[in-house]
Design a protein around this ligand. Structure first.
Ligand SMILES: [Zn+2]
Ligand SMILES: [Zn+2]
Length: 135
């Protein structure tokens, strides 16, 4: 059995995924890439556009546009053209979080890693170990 066989999220066709992240068959992925390039061009030509407008003008799912923005593949530029930060709701124009949240999160991440290092077991000598065994 091939574990990489998946059903395409778009057309439902069975396909062989090159990676676990791949959710579209080759044909749909190429199609999505074409749409992506068009959307990117549209935003480039209309810098003050917003997600809703892109979705309407390009006939693309808003969710898809948002996905690309969250992945950082697209970036909005216009005033008031953003979408909410996933954490605090602040308006952002690319990525998943606003500057403050991603900053806070990277700090949390660092803080989360720090205790781990402290918890590292101290090197024990075999002799010391033996002394603690009680029978
Ligand atoms: Zn497909
Ligand atoms: Zn935020």
């Amino acid at each position: 059995m091939d574990l990489n066989l998946k059903n395409c999220k778009e057309c439902g066709r069975m396909f062989k995924a090159a990676s676990r992240m791949q959710r579209l068959c080759e044909r749909c992925r190429e199609n999505e890439d074409k749409i992506f390039l068009k959307v990117r061009e549209f935003i480039y030509d209309n810098p003050s556009t917003n997600v809703m407008e892109v979705s309407e003008e390009m006939n693309v799912d808003e969710e898809l546009v948002l996905k690309w923005l969250r992945e950082g593949r697209l970036k909005l530029k216009g005033e008031g053209s953003g979408y909410p930060c996933e954490k605090c709701g602040e308006t952002i124009q690319t990525g998943r979080f606003c500057g403050a949240c991603s900053h806070a999160m990277s700090n949390e991440l660092k803080a989360g890693f720090a205790p781990k290092q402290e918890e590292k077991p101290k090197k024990k000598s075999k002799g010391a170990d033996r002394m603690h065994i009680k029978r």
